[in-house]
Design a protein. Sequence first.
Length: 430
Amino acid sequence: MPSLIFAGSILFAIWIAIKKQIPPISTYGIFLAFTLLYNVTPFLANRLDLSVAPLLADNDVISTQLLLAASAIVCFGLVFLFGFSRVKFTARQKTIAVARRRNYVVLALPLFLVTCILCAKYGWHAYSAAVDFEDESLGGGLFTLTAYVKYCFVAVYIYYLYRFDFDKWASILLGENVVVMAIDGGRTTVFPIILLTIMIVYDKSTERKTRRKIYMGLVLAVCVSILVRSVIVQGDSLLLKLVIPIGVEGMMGAYPSLQSIYAVRSIPHPAFTYGISYLLDPIMWLLPQADLREKFSFLQGWSRHILPVLPDRQFAPMGGFYYLAESIAAFSYLGPALVTTCFALALVSIERMKNKHRLFYFVWTSTIGILFVKTIFGNVFKLFVIQSIAVMICLAGTKLWTGVRVTCSTNSQAFPGDSLGLRVDRPDVP
C-alpha cells in the first residue's frame, strides 16, 4: 500500500506539471527526479534483497519513507498548482561585440588552468582518498582552497550567462567546467550549471527538433556525470561500473533519512531541532571545517543524539544525503510536508523574478534550487553564498572597468581595454 500511495503522488505531480505547462527540465522536474531516485532505489533494494546496509532490509522504515515522501510530493505539487506562473526568459539584445565575448573567455583561461592543476592534486578524488585513509591533513587547507577556486570558476561561467547569454563562447566555458569535473571527480558544482544551461536553452526553444536535441544533451550530461563517478568503481564490467554509482547514490543517499525515521521510531523523546538547523547551521558551514562546526551544528547534534540506537553506529555512513533526513530531524513526521512546502513556495516566488533579478536567479538555481534535495541545507547555502560573492566580484569588476572607460572617454583618450569584454553598454546590464 505505501508504494501505491507513493506512485499515486507521483502521478498527481505529473498531472500538475501537464496542467500548469511546467517543463520537464525545470526545478520542478529535477525535484521529482531526485525524489524518485531516493525512494524507488531503496524500495527496489529491499524487495530484491540487495540490502547492503541494515535499514535497507527494514520494511517498516522503507514504507514509512515512501509515505512521508508522498506527503511531501503532494504539498510540493499543490504549491505549484495554485502558485506557479511560468515566466520565460526575455531575449538579450546581442549588441556586444563578439571580440569582447571571446576575450572574456581568454581572460578566464588562467583560472581554468589553475583550477585543473589544483583539482588534479587536491580535488574531490584526492580528498576522498585522504578521508578513507584518515590522512586528510596531508593536503591541509589546500583541499578547501581548491574547492573555493572551483566555485569561482563556476561563477565565471554563471556571470558569462548573465552578461552575454548562452552562445558558442559560453559552450567553451561550460566544456572547460566539464573538464574540471572529470579531473576533480566531484559533480556537485558542475552538474547543476549543466542543468541550468539546458533549462535556459529549453526555455528559449520553440521547435520540437531543437527540444529533442536538448533532451539528448540532458541524457549526455547525465551519462558524463555517471562516467565521472564510475572511474572509482572496482570491477571489470562497464555496465556494472555505470549502474553501481546510480544504485549507491539512490540507496546510500536516502540512508540518512531512513536513519532519522528509525530514530523517531526507537527513541521515546527525540531531540528534534525544530527548524533551527535551517537558520543557524548555514552560519556554521561558513566556518572552516573543524571541530567548531561539528560542535555547534544542530544537524550534527541530531546525528550524535541518535547514534546509540542506530544499527550502523554511524550517521550517513557513505556521505550521501536526502533532505527528508533533515526535515524529520526538525519536525518529526510532519517535517517532510512542512519543509517541502516552504521550498516549493521559494521556487515559485523566485521563478517570477527570473528576468528582473536574473543574476540572483542563476546563482540560486545552480545551487539551492537544484541541490536542496540532495545536500545538507547548511552546505548548499554555503555554496550559494560563495558563488554569490564570486559573481558579485565579476559584476563589480565590470562596473569598475566601465568607470575607467567613462573617465578615459571624458578625457578624450583612447581606451586600451575596450575589447576585453568588460564594458557595459546596454541598459539591461547594471
